[in-house]
Ligand binder design. Sequence first.
Ligand code: ADP
Length: 248
Amino acid sequence: MTDAIILSARDLTKEFKGFFAVDGVDLNVRQGTIHALIGPNGAGKTTCFNLLTKFLSPTRGTITYKGTDITALSPADIARMGLVRSFQISAVFPNLTALENVRIALQRQRGDSYDFWRSERVLGGFDARAAELLGEVGLSEFAGVHAGELSYGRKRALEIATTLALDPEMLLLDEPMAGMSHEDVDRISALIKRVAANRTVLMVEHNLSVVSSLSDTITVLARGRVLAEGDYATVSKDPDVVEAYIGA
Ligand code: ADP
């Protein structure tokens, strides 16, 4: 972990017909950390996520990634710079195996071409890397299983593997634990820690306790604004945060 800021937002604002879904948000994500953006329903998390990943344009404010102003760039541009959101490529293809899903993501990343399909040597290279990525997300033993047959938690892990195929330096995850059992939450938490060993992770999550053991920094949003920021011990005791969650 360093003190270098990899991603920052200044005065990030999104207005929908007079309603400010995100309202003057400042955010600093330090390189090599796991940073969680949390808040009750309607806090503006998804809008913020879509602004940071350029799926929405801000009404006001700037976003800087590795010292470059990315406010006007497209999602594809920033993905090429190493800032990748989960599920950017596609969801998982259920009729293909786990390995084939990751291989396709790798082929897309490399700019799939006729030659790539023809060359056994190149395909073999993709398979080796795909197997490596499956190992990274703990799915080695499921390489030959159709994605549609995987449990929900393992499907999410596979989606993370397809995202890693884009070789991100920073990963943005949208509610990676949504709809998961306790066991899956533990598994995905361990996976995110592993993935973050040599990358930066920003994740949006509804549930404060789910991110407690995982995050270096937590930013709490409520009504489009930053309510509190700090580690779990700090924000979980903040009276404004407690009230926002109880009042939500
Ligand atoms: P969260 O992800 O924290 O639940 P959202 O970012 O989805 O919050 O939404 C924040 C607020 O902005 C909500 O009140 C929502 O109704 C509103 N909102 C989100 N998207 C739009 C939109 N496209 N048009 C109008 N209002 C929107």
